[in-house]
Design a protein around this ligand. Structure first.
Ligand code: MN
Ligand code: MN
Length: 468
């Protein structure tokens, strides 16, 4: 006892050192139960909403069921009113009107609902040696070699010559066929295995197998393709020209599942960034009458750089805020200048199998809680928005006050890692913005990994922010 008093190092360390502790060691059994239950809903979302269009549809349905109505800039809104804006079926904004005047600013949370995948080319159908394929152009940053020999489902829409729309979703239901990209057998792959890893499978080799049964006629060529177009014409009333005005996306056909004997992790496709989309959605749907107006943005095109009219470099967010402000007789820029934003995107979870690329002191870990990232960018913070110390301090206090389990993390070692989110585009509108999201292992792979405690912590963080 006397010795302890003289040194006191343990107590001093507890007082002075930054404490890091596994979420399971900080949560009560009752909290763990709540967390597990929450993640059951999350896995259903992952299965039901695999593309930006499906996610936007899911969000719109849930929002309508929870009392959100289409935003009308001519209407007068009062505290507690719930409005939504759907941008081209690919991005959604939900808002719950707060008690404070709109010009005091809004609390924004922004996640993206697009994920890396294989997009069909505009004229996709080919036949090669009596096997038919769709040619693809991958979407977002993928390691191309990860995508062959994975069962893939096909999602999207086709616009026919008469303007009518065919919705495609094949490979998700029991008994549905799936699609896939082939790979070479190891016996014949010695030359392939000598290619640089970025080219083990090349972009033009990501060909989706769609059929092999020929039309019964010896005379004609491309009989497999003909037979397939006949089938598609019967089922959807389409011809090959209708692919010209289509958006078809191949994504992993498997469902999300628990990983591990202890079921502590979740494996599934597209958790970047639907993990933040779902947690954000649940937080905003649960908002009753917040002090500040809460605005949840669920956007498209983050994985390709946020360009285009459904990405966050488009003016659609600015216009929405301007219209919202105008409905209160205020200016959009006044609202934006006083607003705060959590850019809700994932970070790279430290991977003990590949420790070399991480700087452990500044990497997020599985079961470390939701990850707060002050700055993103790469190689000299290029492309970052870098939240101010004051704003980080505010978020830190908010999370601690609400008992949210959180950690910090930078995406990999300096000059190795880095990457951007939508944070910079929102910060550029003069909004205080910081990245807050879930650590993901195997990010951008067909099967990504998250920890249930981190998913739940993200929900708690967004809930606390929205209701602050
Ligand atoms: Mn992301
Ligand atoms: Mn990503």
């Amino acid at each position: 006892m006397a010795k302890k008093e003289t040194s006191g190092a343990k107590e001093l360390k507890e007082k002075l050192f930054l404490q890091k502790k596994n979420a399971y060691l900080r949560m009560s059994d009752a909290e763990v139960k709540k967390c597990d239950k929450f993640c059951e809903g999350y896995k259903r979302f992952l299965d039901e909403a695999k593309t930006e269009r499906e996610a936007a549809g899911f969000i719109e349905r849930e929002a309508k069921a929870a009392g959100f109505v289409p935003f009308d800039k001519k209407k007068r809104y009062k505290a507690g009113d719930r409005v939504c804006y759907v941008n081209r079926e690919k991005a959604v904004i939900l808002a719950v009107i707060g008690k404070e005047p709109i010009e005091k600013g809004v609390n924004l949370v922004a996640a993206h609902i697009d994920s890396p995948r294989l997009d069909m080319k505009q004229n996709p159908m080919i036949e090669k040696d009596e096997v038919a394929y769709f040619k693809t152009h991958y979407y977002g940053g993928i390691k191309k070699y990860q995508w062959p020999t994975v069962p893939l489902s096909l999602h999207g829409v086709m616009i026919k010559a008469d303007g009518s729309k065919v919705v495609v979703r094949i490979g998700e239901d029991e008994g549905d066929p799936v699609f896939c990209v082939s790979d070479l057998l190891p016996h014949l792959a010695s030359a392939q295995m000598k290619r640089p890893s970025a080219e083990i499978v090349k972009g033009e080799e990501l060909n989706l197998i769609i059929g092999s049964r020929p039309f019964k006629d010896d005379e004609t060529s491309e009989r497999v393709k003909l037979n397939l177009l006949m089938l598609l014409n019967e089922k959807y009333g389409i011809t090959e020209a209708d692919f010209l005005s289509a958006e078809l996306e191949a994504v992993p056909a498997f469902k999300a599942s628990d990983i591990g004997f202890d079921r502590s992790l979740i494996g599934g496709y597209g958790q970047d960034d639907r993990v933040c989309a779902y947690t954000e959605l649940m937080a905003v749907l649960g908002a009753k009458s917040p002090k500040k107006t809460a605005v949840a943005i669920l956007t498209d095109k983050e994985e390709t750089g946020s360009d285009g009219n459904t990405g966050l470099r488009s003016a659609y967010l600015k216009y929405f805020i301007a219209d919202l402000a105008a409905s209160f007789g205020k200016e959009g820029r006044e609202v934006l200048s006083n607003s705060k934003c959590l850019s809700a995107d994932v970070n790279a979870a430290y991977d003990p199998t590949f420790p070399d690329v991480f700087e452990k002191n500044n990497a997020s870990v599985l079961n470390g809680g939701v990850c707060v990232t002050k700055y993103t960018g790469s190689r000299g913070k290029s492309g970052t928005s870098d939240a101010s110390a004051e704003f980080v301090g505010e978020i830190r206090a908010l999370l601690d006050k609400n008992n949210v389990i959180w950690q910090t993390g930078e995406l990999g070692k300096v000059d190795i890692g880095g990457g951007g989110t939508v944070a910079a585009y929102i910060a550029n509108l003069n909004v205080d913005t910081i990245d807050v999201g879930v650590p993901v292992m195997s990010m951008h792979a067909p099967f990504e990994i998250t920890a249930k405690t981190d998913v739940y912590a993200a929900f708690k963080a967004f809930e606390a922010f929205i209701n602050s």
